[in-house]
Design a binder for this molecule. Structure first.
Ligand SMILES: [Zn+2]
Length: 170
């Protein structure tokens, strides 16, 4: 199942590269306001990967120009690398955060994306009826959230309703 997940991500990047071959991967074409969430469930392991333009995480996308912006960058680094208040699942699923993959994006003169990845181990995955992307409460000016869900029983692409945080896994 992990292979399918990787394939989906890679094909997504390939498409972006085709659209804008002049840009490096770090500066791949993205739409401001558009966030992607990849959800994969394999056995007891729930993986969430968020891809968000820096402007929708920080409110700006270039190198920080003052102390307030430097503090905003540091606060986001702390938040995203800790993995708290990122996502919620039904309590009965008994999920625990197992690992975080987080590389702070390079902020310069071009586009930048935040792409944190979180892996949870859930003792009772049968109770995983939904995931809520709490991170959206803190993101700024998000207009569209595309969701890719992959599990043993489904492979689905969806768009979150405006104002909604919840992704159904049923
Ligand atoms: Zn941008």
């Amino acid at each position: 199942m992990i292979h399918y997940f990787k394939f989906l991500i890679c094909s997504g990047l390939g498409l972006a590269a085709l659209v804008s071959s002049a840009e490096s991967l770090e500066q791949h074409a993205h739409s401001h306001g558009a966030v992607t969430l990849n959800v994969a469930l394999e056995g007891q392991v729930l993986s969430l990967e968020i891809d968000a333009p820096a402007i929708n995480v920080l409110g700006f996308e270039k190198s920080p120009r003052n102390d307030a912006e430097r503090q905003a960058v540091a606060a986001v680094d702390t938040w995203l690398s800790a993995g708290r208040d990122i996502a919620g699942v039904p309590r009965a699923a008994e999920c625990r955060l197992q690992s975080v993959t987080y590389v702070a994006p390079k902020l310069g003169s071009g586009h930048a994306d935040y792409r944190p990845r979180y892996t949870f181990r859930c003792a009772n995955p049968a109770a995983l009826e939904w995931v809520e992307l709490w991170a959206l409460r803190r993101f700024k000016d998000v207009e569209k959230v595309e969701v890719n869900v992959i599990s043993a029983s489904m492979q689905r692409q969806d768009t979150l309703a405006p104002g909604s945080l919840r992704v159904s896994l049923k």
